[in-house]
Design a protein around this ligand. Sequence first.
Ligand SMILES: NC(=O)NCCC[C@H](N)C(=O)O
Length: 329
Amino acid sequence: MNKVTGKPKSNTKGSSTFGTSAYGGAGWVQREKPHGDELGGIWARHKIDSEWRPLQAVIVHQPGEELAASLEDPESVLMLEPLNLTRAREQHAAMVEAYEKLGVEVHHVMPEGDAPPNQMFCADLFVMTPQGAILARPAGQVRAGEERWAARRLADLGTPILKTLTGDATFEGADLMWLDEQTAMIGRGHRTNQAAIDQITAVLAEIGCETLAVDMPYGTMHFMGMLRIADSDLAICWPRRTPLATVKAVVERGYEVIFPPYEDDAESYRAMNFVTLGPRKIMMAAGLAKFQPFFEQHGIDCVTVATDELSKAAGNIGCLTGVLGRVTK
Ligand SMILES: NC(=O)NCCC[C@H](N)C(=O)O
């Protein structure tokens, strides 16, 4: 029904509300645009449909006193070694400054009261889609609730939250990568379970996107460490760790797949944990003497920041950076 003509016989002062705009009468104006077209209007413009188009905006958390939780028993808070708080904070601030210098908008999570120890790993707390965010539900008890502060920031920024996971679903944002504009791949493993994959598959289907799931090996953390995309035609995979189905899926989509030299676990992990700033441009950890030349040989421009102190918390630049917006197709 397009338009109802005819005037209401009476207005609110009269006996009937029939025919008034609130009840669908002639004065009613229907909302015009679908949700996706309201990003950049009613909602903020932030979205992503790739892992490689120019980075526009990120969400981070500048760590504070909460890192002191690493001092006594790092294991109990999922960290590797006690951190020097001052150095860690300086390195985080330098990473933020590097983003700002590159023209990337940086937004900060602002937890109420004391932040939980791993709050700074914002990549794990949400993932963006072409039409808004999916909120994570971190799997470890010590990280439970970090997502609430990411949700508050996203809401303040005007970013629609398409889904908050329910039941016993657990999902961390670093387990989902966009292979193309309509296809996301999720790593099923220690942090992201099948219940979450089912819920995410349903919500992505609502916006016309398909979800592919792959199993990750026992003893690994996030899918982010197995697949990085540095350009429309260049994917980086971890030798013998990236699932076969992942390599096949990226090859099918026209990416060249390259495998960096294998080093010890920690070093290879740091090398994979970069953020793509735009086509063949990345921000990566400094001091990776074998990896940086490898990336450069493939035409990748590397911006480096020191993260050796932060990496004692078991994460690096990729994990510290909640990607909020990229240029989309
Ligand atoms: N995406 C990431 O690799 N995040 C790093 C998370 C480190 C944190 N200590 C954790 O174990 O959850």
